[in-house]
Design a protein around this ligand. Sequence first.
Ligand code: UDP
Ligand code: MG
Length: 336
Amino acid sequence: MKEYGIETLTELESEPATIALSVILPVYNEAPNLEQLNLKLTDALERLARSYEVIYIDDGSTDRSLAMLREIATRDSRVRVISLRRNYGQTAAMSAGIDHARGQILIPMDADLQNDPADIGRLLEKLEEGYDVVSGWRKDRKDTWLTRQLPSRLANRLASRLSGVELHDYGCSLKAYRRDALTGVKLYGEMHRFIPIYAGWAGARVTEIPVTHHPRAAGKSKYGLSRTIKVIFDLITIKFLSSYLTKPLYVFGTAGLVCLAISLFSFAFSLYYRFVEGVHLNRMPLATLSMIMFAMGVQFIFMGLLAEMVVRTYHESQDKPTYLIRERINIDEDRT
Ligand code: UDP
Ligand code: MG
């Protein structure tokens, strides 16, 4: 069993779950979309006949978004608004929403009408089949192919391979989570798209269904190709965290050993050239390579040891266990 999901341990304490659904929408300069969005959303949610709240997070919009949200919230008390002090980005905005959500089930989605509120019901049905996370899959995606769809496809494949949680479309914001699948998930960078991975590692049952995707009708997309690079770095972090959060020395140490091996070979070769072929060392890159690799190898190993200390501090200072429990039978909750 791999030691997974260390990020997913602290409790979601801020708000107790008192209602059925929380829909969470980060909003950044979406004024032209908000009225119609809220209409469609209200319509879709009322059909479900469950208690719900809609949380809009204004992510430092510079247009009329906040004013419009205020207005919507005065008309409808099921609408709640969080206004961030500045533009923190979609992931942070989504975190703010998750932290304030009171629903048993949490449903993030985009506020630009590219996701369709009408799909929420289907996500819920799927969830009820016994899943903890249902991810939307924009099977027929309406974004430019070269700069958006292609990189996303590659990233999705890579993420599936690296994480072992196989989905076609991590990037689709529209997903549904049972509350406890999100417990304590901390989001950095562009990580909101990888919540299903964290959840999956923590033992959640993850699946996906195709959802409708519309072209952006109004307002502008906030992203371009540059996001792909961030996503790739996030993937590396994910891979690192998944395999090594409790044993960093395994990664650093391996890198160190590889360097030391290269160093040793170069050293042997340079000795051979020096004494058998009679080439002077200053005429060969091998000797230098040998020294550099030696230094790097040693460095890596010490860095690994440092990382081990950091990891221990991380777990022990916060009392984070290195495992997660799904259920206890005949054991008191408190006696952990
Ligand atoms: N968004 C946000 N903060 C940002 C950028 C985007 O809250 O800094 C919101 C945006 O308003 C939208 C969602 O995140 O509701 C997705 O953004 P966008 O539609 O621009 O992304 P795309 O669909 O083009 O991937
Ligand atoms: Mg969009």
